[in-house]
Design a binder for this molecule. Structure first.
Ligand SMILES: *Cc1c(COP(=O)(O)O)cnc(C)c1O
Length: 397
């Protein structure tokens, strides 16, 4: 065995080797899929000891599974956190973290442009348990701070935000959280740990919809949480045990496979998105384009400071607003008209009527999701084919 110390390894190396290496039992190079719900005890005494938490060991997949554990080890490495926990979906992870931190009568403060499902959790479901959410424009840190009171249990932000691609100052939010002694929770789905390292900027809890770039192939729904070991242990032993949003071993394995190529894919997503953003920016039928890597983005400087590169997501509006945008979505041939993002395939959608239809008309206007806003997840195709597809579709408008 080599004496290579993985804790000193670079990001791309951790993506390939961080899950723990060759299986000692069989020599399998790929982590086996332990598709088993239950695990045998060597004796009744051992079973009791494992249940009592006196002895380490697997016993039931809702509370732990070796394939899941390999993914958790790797994600903790990649985010630079102490521990990680898998969930059945991004929403399972988000609701799990909030329910772990809030009791009836508490509140949380959140950035106002978040994933549509997260907004619906704030608006419809959490109030059923008397947990209120104060959604603020978090690009203005004074608004964030003034929304916090003695009942606030966390600050939740999404940056780059879905779908406005607004950038929120992570270090600035971390300072505010420190002052008020509450955790900073970040949905890092759009950036991935390769492009943005929130823990190094003072964030406490990282959440991913691993359905997107972590899986990367449009074939898995999953979520991940990274944080301090005591928080993650408690999340596993209480929230995950009792609410049960558990990932399947097969889905954990698909994410492990996705992670091996994460930096390679992200480099290409970023390069392709930059090409597509430039193409749209100079097209006469386009009203505006928003991409954090364009110097015209209002927070280009902040994005350059806190991100390694600018991601694979673009939003834009066609001249003629929603009807023209619908025409474009119906006219593309290579790009797929579908929600979700971060896949190999380029995906296009209309947030106001699809992913963000949980926002009412007034909310959409307040947070800057215009009726004509189109969201494009730039895939891994040859960039010239993506721009050709857009060029031909724009001709039809
Ligand atoms: C998709 C998404 C979610 C929800 O994740 P699921 O895996 O669909 O449950 C949360 N946050 C962001 C930013 C997302 O894009």
């Amino acid at each position: 065995m080599s004496k290579f110390d993985l804790s000193t390894a670079k990001f791309a190396t951790l993506c390939v080797h961080g899950s723990g290496g060759v299986d000692p039992l069989t020599g399998a190079v790929s982590v086996p899929i332990y598709q088993s719900s239950t695990f045998a005890f060597k004796s009744a005494k051992q079973g009791a000891a494992i249940f009592a938490g006196e002895e380490e060991g697997y016993f039931y997949t809702r509370l732990g599974n070796p394939t899941q554990a390999a993914l958790e080890r790797e994600m903790a490495f990649l985010e630079g956190g102490e521990a990680a926990l898998c969930f059945a979906s991004g929403m399972g992870a988000i609701s799990g973290v909030i329910l772990a931190l809030c009791r009836s009568g508490d509140n949380l403060v959140s950035s106002d442009t978040v994933y549509g499902g997260t907004h619906n959790l704030y608006k419809e479901t959490l109030p059923m348990w008397n947990i209120q959410t104060r959604e603020v424009n978090a690009t203005d840190l004074t608004k964030v701070e003034s929304a916090i009171d003695e009942k606030t249990r966390l600050l939740f932000i999404e940056t780059p935000a879905n779908p406005t691609l607004s950038i929120i100052d992570i270090s600035g939010c971390a300072e505010i959280c420190k002052k008020h002694n509450i955790p900073l929770v970040i949905d890092n789905t759009f950036a991935t740990p390769y492009l943005q390292r929130p823990i190094e900027m003072g964030a406490n809890i990282i959440i991913h919809s691993a359905t997107k770039y972590i899986g990367g192939h449009g074939d898995t729904i999953a979520g991940l949480v990274v944080g301090k070991k005591d928080f993650v242990d408690n999340l596993r032993a209480k929230i995950l045990r009792d609410l049960g949003a558990v990932i399947s071993p097969l889905n954990a394995w698909l994410l492990l496979r996705g992670l091996k190529t994460l930096p390679v894919r992200m480099d290409r997503h970023c390069a392709n998105a930059f090409e597509v953003a430039k193409f749209l920016a100079f097209h006469p039928k386009i009203n505006w384009v928003k991409y954090p890597g364009l110097s015209t983005h209002p927070q280009y400087q902040l994005a350059s400071r806190q991100m390694k590169k600018f991601g694979g997501m673009i939003t834009f509006e066609v001249k003629g607003g929603r009807p023209a945008g619908e025409k474009l979505m119906n006219s593309v041939g290579l790009i797929t008209l579908a929600v979700s993002l971060g896949d190999c395939d380029s995906l296009i959608e209309h947030p106001a009527s699809m992913t963000h239809s949980t926002y009412n008309a007034q909310e959409l206007e307040e947070v800057g999701i215009s009726e004509g806003l189109i969201r494009l997840s730039v895939g891994l195709e040859d960039p010239s084919d993506i721009t050709t597809d857009l060029k031909l579709a724009l001709k039809k408008i």
